[in-house]
Ligand binder design. Structure first.
Ligand SMILES: Nc1ncnc2c1ncn2[C@@H]1O[C@H](COP(=O)(O)OP(=O)(O)OP(=O)(O)O)[C@@H](O)[C@H]1O
Ligand SMILES: [Mg+2]
Length: 363
């Protein structure tokens, strides 16, 4: 059993607050991804779990054991680093065997464990090579191999795919997921790539400026982002945002952004109580902007097409709706010309509204 629990964990580097009150229980065998922009505290969090960084305040547990003061080597954790950190003068076999030798495992057992890991990763034929004789993808496998020979209770990965080209990244992330299923070991995986986070994580932790913004399954984060930051970070192309006023007129409730007016369903008027005639931020994903034949005031937005970007399976259309621009994702067969007039209807059930001041989701 390797449940990892962080309680009120903080890390300060002098005046920099790298991690601010991190709270989470990572379940046994769970694959958790920490994602966020550069400098948000992902690596620092991982290093505190590994025991490579001291904790300023708070507690880290593995199972029921408080491990704040436990040396890294006694934590039963294996970490894979972004730069792989292989020993250049050792062969692949020696690199993989190194930690087992440090733990004074018998030779037979070391041979067997390295062979087993090499087989799983398809690198048996590389065991006598030195790291410099390997491609980037092969080095990456050796780095993973070095972690799995230890049969640790927890795997920590710090951006292990970032040195691979785009195609190999996709292939390797699938392999890592399969490996996780096979080994059934708790894993904490750091990336700044939201696609990697979405595709790999059982749960994702979105961080910004050392603070957890939201924890949830990939689709929870996508469908119900807790705030504007998460809404804009998860999803590609990113969610569109524009500012609007909430207007109540009699029984009607609508959004007004300059000349654009969008009538809102009566059901959400309760959630918007207190926002009447106030500014809010509106979020709508590109795929939730539906192309229409005709403009219907209160229901559609129209504007001039600025850029058309076919990406193959769909086409992104940037258009200008007066004081703001939006990007719509439309079907690949939809014929749209630059400078033409585009009419779109936002899918009302997928509209996101955020408080203008604190940027938290209203609905
Ligand atoms: N040893 C250190 N001394 C001082 N400040 C540090 C140290 N290590 C990290 N920091 C600061 O702590 C913050 C978090 O850094 P961290 O490396 O955890 O970010 P990250 O999310 O992993 O970013 P990246 O995606 O760029 O790897 C940053 O502001 C960084 O400058
Ligand atoms: Mg980092």
């Amino acid at each position: 059993m390797a449940e990892v629990r962080l309680e009120n964990v903080c890390k300060h580097f002098d005046e920099v607050i790298a991690v601010d009150n991190f709270n989470m229980s990572i379940q046994d065998k769970e694959f958790v991804v920490l994602v966020g922009p550069s400098g948000c505290g992902k690596t620092t969090t991982l290093r505190m779990i590994a025991g490579l960084e001291s904790i300023t305040s708070g507690d880290v547990y593995i199972g029921d054991n408080l491990i704040n003061k436990l040396p890294a080597k006694d934590r039963n954790i294996a970490m894979v680093f972004q730069n792989y950190a292989l020993y250049p003068h050792m062969t692949v076999f020696e690199n993989m065997a190194f930690s087992l030798e440090n733990f004074n495992r018998p030779k037979d057992e070391i041979n067997q464990r390295v062979q087993e890991a090499a087989e799983i990763l398809g690198i048996e034929h590389l065991l006598s090579r030195k790291p410099k004789q390997l491609s980037g993808g092969q080095r990456q496998r050796v780095a993973v191999g070095r972690a799995i020979v230890r049969k640790p209770g927890v795997f920590l990965f710090d951006e292990p795919l970032s040195n691979l080209d785009a195609k190999l990244r996709v292939q390797t992330r699938i392999e890592l997921k399969k490996l996780h299923e096979r080994l059934a070991t708790t894993a904490v995986y750091v990336t700044h790539d939201q696609i990697e986070a979405m595709t790999m994580g059982d749960r994702i932790v979105v961080m910004c400026d050392g603070l957890i913004q939201q924890i949830g399954s990939p689709l929870e984060l996508y469908d119900t982002p807790a705030n504007k930051f998460v809404a804009g970070f998860i999803g590609s192309p990113a969610m569109n945002f524009f500012d609007a006023d909430i207007i109540n007129e009699g029984n009607a409730i609508f959004l007004q952004a300059d000349e654009v007016r969008i009538d809102l369903p009566a059901e959400i008027s309760q959630q918007l109580a207190g926002y009447s005639h106030k500014q809010i931020a509106v979020g709508i994903r590109p795929e939730d902007l539906i192309v229409c034949a005709e403009h219907a005031p209160g229901e559609t937005i129209q504007g001039a097409v600025e850029v058309v970007e076919p990406v193959g399976n769909e086409t992104y259309v940037a258009f200008n709706a007066g004081s703001f621009s939006l990007i719509a994702a439309v079907g690949r067969k939809t014929q749209i010309k630059t400078h033409s007039n585009l009419v779109i209807a936002p899918s009302m059930e997928n509209l996101h509204l955020f408080d203008f001041e604190n940027e938290k989701a209203i609905c």
